[in-house]
Design a protein around this ligand. Structure first.
Ligand code: C5J
Length: 222
């Protein structure tokens, strides 16, 4: 397939859909629904809903173009051997990681809260990558999967903009991937962090990536 041109900031970016992966970060019940990890930290989880519709539109376009789609989930083994005490013990949440909640144990693999939300359920054959940290490269086989598929560009969606989306884009940038955040497909519990987080990516001529949107992607692939 010939290269497509994606409207982006700070500049448009040419990409080959066959060498591009959409990475959807942590669109899990634990972050988006009441009773999960996000709410235990005192956040208004309804703020993340804004990203769901745009993610659905971008995902449909990516699937129609035959693009590799990878879903990630943040969470830990049931025995929590992969959960650093520094992560589990910090802050004053209403329930800590591993404690029982209305959607099962908070941020634990296999529990209902760890699932990806129904609206963005992975399709048959789409890899789902479980990660213990904020970045999608840390302690996962993401880099191996991308290398084996000849991927050079990542379209990054998901939550939250300034935490797991940012960490993944920074990790990907350092590994040589051209990383594009799809702005409206990302969200934060802090709207100002979302706005500034996107500004940070594209400042200084795109210091560690590009910023585009779901409609930009749909137009580029149309
Ligand atoms: C957080 C994430 N915010 N997926 N995780 O703890 O951004």
């Amino acid at each position: 397939m010939p290269e497509s041109l994606l409207a982006a900031e700070p500049a448009p970016i040419a990409f080959d859909p066959k060498r591009t992966a959409m990475v959807i970060i942590d669109m899990q019940r634990d972050f988006l629904e009441p009773g999960g990890f996000g709410e235990t930290l005192g956040n208004d989880v309804s703020l993340l809903q804004a990203a769901v519709g745009p993610c659905q539109a971008a995902l449909a376009a990516a699937r129609a173009a035959g693009m590799l789609v990878i879903h990630t989930r943040e969470g830990h083994r049931p025995d929590m051997m992969d959960a650093p005490p520094a992560k589990v013990e910090r802050g004053e949440p209403t329930a800590r990681i591993g404690c029982a909640g209305p959607m099962g144990r908070i941020l634990i693999r296999g529990e209902p809260g760890h699932d990806i939300i129904a609206e963005l359920a992975p399709a048959e054959g789409e890899p789902v990558l479980d990660k213990p940290g904020k970045g999608a490269f840390y302690q996962t086989d993401l880099e191996l999967m991308l290398k084996n598929r000849g991927i050079d560009t990542l379209l990054v969606c998901g939550v939250t903009t300034e935490v797991c989306v940012h960490t993944t884009i920074r990790e990907g940038n350092d590994r040589g991937y051209r990383c594009v955040a799809l702005a409206d497909c990302c969200a934060s519990y802090f709207p100002e962090f979302h706005r500034v987080g996107l500004e940070m990516i594209k400042a200084q001529g795109g210091i560690f990536g590009w910023v585009s949107s779901s409609s930009g992607l749909v137009a580029a692939l149309g």
